[in-house]
Design a protein around this ligand. Structure first.
Ligand SMILES: [Zn+2]
Length: 388
């Protein structure tokens, strides 16, 4: 049954690849930035409806999010394929989310045509990955609570089945002081900008005592208006990242103390708030990744790089903390291709882009099939997840 079913899945993917590639091209020609992907979510849900999925729009209170479901047989484990479809300002689909969306559709549609499975195929439309992440909200609203496994594939410049990413918090620090003539009456002023400068210096001193996987990068987004006016308001924005969420929480607590200290030095007030959603570190499920790799090799792909520690961050991290998940990468170009560039967007509509949709859809659908037709495998995947 195994081989015959996979042959059928493979044929189904081949049958819809042109349609999906056309859609990927249309998305590339009409890029929409995070949380404004109105056309994209419309087009993607149209396809799901055409292939008999029941579609809910605006899930989790996000206008451009959606969920498509289709029950197979008597129903059973729920397998989720995740779509991203937001573009970047200036460079459009320079992160290739048009391919992520169409490959996940392909996997779901092909799997839905498989006979003999008792399961539920779920497609999540996840907006705004580049803005810190719609998935963060979908996870918080509990939309993944009844999902058994989740997967998506990201275009890249190499094939990598297992890679991690960093947890991230984005904080804005607002210092408030008192303005005064900088030459005429400096003693009457409280310099908010100096508070920000102490914050930078304090953080730089703290760096020596942090683990080496921590990344901290900040800017001064407001630092006064004129040199002869003591700034009564100054604002700095920082990204704080670390390999693990737990340690990042410790780091951020230390930073808050630095901010309080910086304000105390100059006599200013300081407040902080998040200016983007926080991402957890990506913790792919090893067993699920192994199944994916086996299937990828069965489709003729052998140039797979070893597991990698990623340096970026993604909201798929949050998903991987609530459900066994994978986030493999497949190449659409060689190392000279730069992610988040116009060239990368162009590569998504090349022959390599078309191939990505076909290959990613097949590998995901095969992997889902293996898990759904082997209860013991699913249990092992869940066990690994529970151990953390
Ligand atoms: Zn991306």
């Amino acid at each position: 049954m195994n081989t015959a079913s996979k042959e059928k899945i493979s044929k189904e993917v081949d049958n819809i690849t042109d349609e999906l590639f056309e859609l990927a091209k249309r998305l590339k020609e009409n890029p929409e930035i995070g949380f404004q992907e109105y056309q994209a979510s419309e087009w993607l849900t149209e396809v799901l409806e055409k292939y008999s999925f029941k579609v809910e729009k605006g899930i989790g209170g996000l206008e451009t999010a959606f969920k498509g479901t289709l029950k197979l047989g008597k129903g059973g484990p729920r397998i989720a394929f995740l779509c991203e479809y937001d573009a970047l300002p200036e460079v459009g689909h320079g992160c290739g989310h048009n391919l992520i969306a169409t490959a996940s559709l392909g996997a779901a549609i092909a799997l839905s045509k498989t006979d003999g499975l008792d399961a539920e195929v779920v497609v999540f439309g996840c907006p705004g990955e580049e803005n810190g992440g719609g998935k963060v909200i979908l996870v918080e609203k509990g939309l993944f609570n009844d999902i058994d496994i989740a997967m998506m594939v990201h275009p890249s410049t190499e094939n990598c089945v297992y890679s991690t990413s960093l947890a991230i918090d984005a904080y804005e620090f607002e210092f408030k002081g008192r303005s005064s003539h900088a030459a005429g009456a400096p003693e009457k002023g409280i310099n908010a900008l100096d508070g920000v400068i102490h914050l930078f210096n304090g953080i730089n001193s703290l760096r020596q005592y942090l683990k080496e996987d921590v990344r901290i990068h900040g800017i001064i987004s407001e630092g006064g208006k004129a040199p002869n006016v003591i700034p009564d308001r100054a604002v700095a924005k920082f990204y704080f990242r670390a390999k693990e969420r737990e340690y990042l929480n410790e780091v951020v607590e230390k930073i808050f103390n630095v901010a309080k200290g910086a304000a105390t030095i100059v006599g200013a007030q300081v407040e902080w708030r998040k200016f983007e959603l926080s991402n957890d570190d990506l913790k792919p499920n090893k067993i699920l990744a192994e199944v994916f790799e086996k299937n990828l090799r069965s489709l003729g792909v052998d140039d797979i790089v070893p597991p990698k520690e990623g340096r970026g961050s993604t909201d798929m991290g949050n998903v991987s903390h609530v459900v066994p998940a994978i986030h493999p990468h497949l190449a659409i170009g060689d190392k000279s291709l730069i992610p988040h560039s116009r060239d990368f967007a162009q590569a998504t509509v090349s022959e390599r882009g078309r191939n990505f949709i076909n290959l990613a859809a097949k590998t995901m659908a095969f992997t889902a099939f293996d898990v759904l037709s082997n209860q013991e495998l699913l249990e092992k995947i869940k066990e690994e997840f529970k151990k953390g």
